[in-house]
Design a protein around this ligand. Structure first.
Ligand code: F6P
Length: 508
């Protein structure tokens, strides 16, 4: 049995059995202090865990689990730049991009490199602002796309309005076709973002954009592989660095956020980082029982391992956060979608839930039916913003009342004579409330999720910072490419062979 499995069996399982028939409504009714006692505030972010399906004793057990897994020490190791990504023998120092919370030489060195790169990025931002460029195309995929795309969209109220920012991602050529169609190459700059500069999608799209621009004058790159970027035709002065100690899905705080800085200005970008830095200080300093990312992670572990719930929904009640579920799908599922320990043994416990979601209230009119009455219980993070940045007060009142109503309905349910009109309830959720959506509060929110992911990886005994699971498909795609092009090459798999025959026969 793995260490995590042993800890879960001895610490968590008794409480899971004890609480198996207790309902959320009972837990709330039994403890008048619960609505406040299960909530906490970190800066402009308030979180309520009152509608999770654990009580004080189970919460204590979860905290014991965190102590047994040496979670505080694990966070220290992360911030100190220890080799937490063992399969690639690297630290994961995304925190050093925004915080200086370690005296370890490797972390201080990383922070200094980050500051130097940010200074260079600021100069490029200023030069572009002073130019006649009107449009920016960010070419990248995965972590080189989702973070910048999310932040630019979420913080559009804070945009300087100086540039229109576009994101070219999919290797499907129609993505390039539609994005470039409306743009003037003489007024457009492109940023090729790729940590490795070896990603098929970005190299193909990058070549299209480079040729469309008619030269490298307005071509920029962000990469940990500077020689490859330069060989691709990007002038050395326009290549910003990245480092192997930053995972792609943790990289929006680095030069990967170049398009963010162009959209919201350097001051906005700095404020985003400062918000994340506040969450960094909190996760390191706060005791486990009052530590927001830790409590968020423990709630996830409770739902996954004590209640056996296989999926998790993220439901932002703010249109500006509509891309958050897609961003978190990479952050959470690429980080935690593992089933073996770093030593290669089975994890022995269930790990990542399938993460999905969408914005409220839209989602209420699509998949909420299943959340309320489906056979599977889906725990959810509801996210709301107290004060909006639009003038439509009545809309905002409706938005917030829907948010509150949904969490209440999911938890409490409703009994009607007609079973078809009954709601089982007892469906857990966490509520995250931002006072306002600002660069700072948004930085803190994203950092909360990053730290929650890391905490879960420690509790499950898996590596949050590699992603070997994406490699096999890439390799096979490379092997099949000549056959798809039409070359006469052997294809071993009979099903793939039949499919290729079909494609060839139908291709016009
Ligand atoms: O295929 C997965 C992945 O490696 C992600 O982890 C990464 O964010 C993405 O591809 C893009 O990689 P790169 O920045 O090297 O182009």
């Amino acid at each position: 049995m793995s260490a995590a499995a042993q800890r879960f069996e001895s610490t968590l399982a008794p409480h899971a059995r004890r609480l198996s028939t207790r309902r959320i409504a009972d837990l709330v009714a039994a403890d008048g202090a619960r609505p406040h006692g299960y909530a906490l505030r970190v800066g402009g972010l308030y979180a309520s865990f009152a509608r999770q399906r654990y009580d004080d004793a189970a919460r204590d057990a979860l905290l014991q689990l965190a102590r047994d897994a040496q979670l505080p020490q694990a966070f220290r190791a992360l911030f100190d730049g220890q080799t937490v990504n063992t399969s690639e023998q690297r630290p994961a120092l995304h925190v050093a991009l925004r915080s200086a919370l370690s005296t370890a030489a490797v972390a201080r060195d990383a922070h200094a490199q980050a500051l130097e790169a940010r200074t260079r990025m600021a100069a490029l931002v200023a030069a572009l602002e002073a130019s006649d460029v009107t449009d920016i195309v960010n070419v990248g995929i995965g972590g080189s796309d989702l973070g910048p795309r999310l932040v630019v969209d979420a913080l559009k109220d804070f945009g300087t309005g100086r540039f229109r920012v576009h994101f070219l991602t999919n290797v499907d050529g129609s993505d390039a076709q539609y994005i470039l169609k409306g743009l003037d190459p003489a007024r457009t700059a492109a940023i090729l973002v790729s940590k490795t500069f070896g990603t098929q999608e970005t190299l193909l799209n990058g070549a299209i954009v480079r040729d469309w621009l008619g030269g490298g004058e307005r071509l920029y790159a962000v990469s940990a592989n500077v020689p490859r970027a330069e060989a691709f035709g990007v002038a050395p002065g326009r290549v910003l660095p990245m480092w192997d100690w930053v995972g792609g899905r943790y990289s929006l705080w680095s030069s990967v956020g170049f398009s963010i800085a162009l959209a919201i200005g350097m001051d906005g970008f700095e404020a985003l980082l400062a918000g994340a830095a506040d969450m960094d200080a909190h996760v390191l300093d706060a005791p486990l029982a009052a530590n927001l990312p830790v409590l968020h992670a423990l709630s996830g572990v409770w739902n996954r391992n004590a209640l056996g719930l296989a999926t998790h929904a993220v439901l932002p009640y703010d249109e500006r956060l509509a891309l958050l579920p897609a961003y978190l799908q990479q952050l959470v599922m690429e980080s935690l979608g593992k089933s073996v320990t770093p030593e290669g043994a089975p994890a022995g416990v269930d790990t990542v839930p399938v993460l999905w979601g969408g914005p409220g209230t839209n989602s209420q009119h699509s998949f909420f039916q299943a959340l309320h009455q489906g056979t599977q219980t889906v725990p959810a993070d509801f996210i709301g913003v107290v004060t909006p940045d639009n003038p439509y007060a009545e809309n905002h009142a409706a938005l917030l009342s829907n948010l509150l109503a949904q969490t209440e309905a999911l938890a409490n349910g409703f009994s009607a004579e007609d079973p078809q009109k009954s709601y089982p309830g007892n469906r857990p959720s966490t509520l995250l409330l931002l006072d306002r959506l600002t660069p700072g509060s948004f930085g803190a929110l994203v950092a909360l999720y990053e730290h929650s992911v890391y905490a879960q990886s420690v509790l499950w005994g898996i590596n949050a910072f590699d992603q070997w699971g994406v490699e096999l498909g890439k390799r096979i795609a490379g092997e099949l490419l000549p056959a798809v092009r039409g070359d006469d090459v052997a294809v071993a798999d009979p099903v793939t062979r039949a499919l290729l025959d079909e494609i060839r026969a139908r291709r016009s």
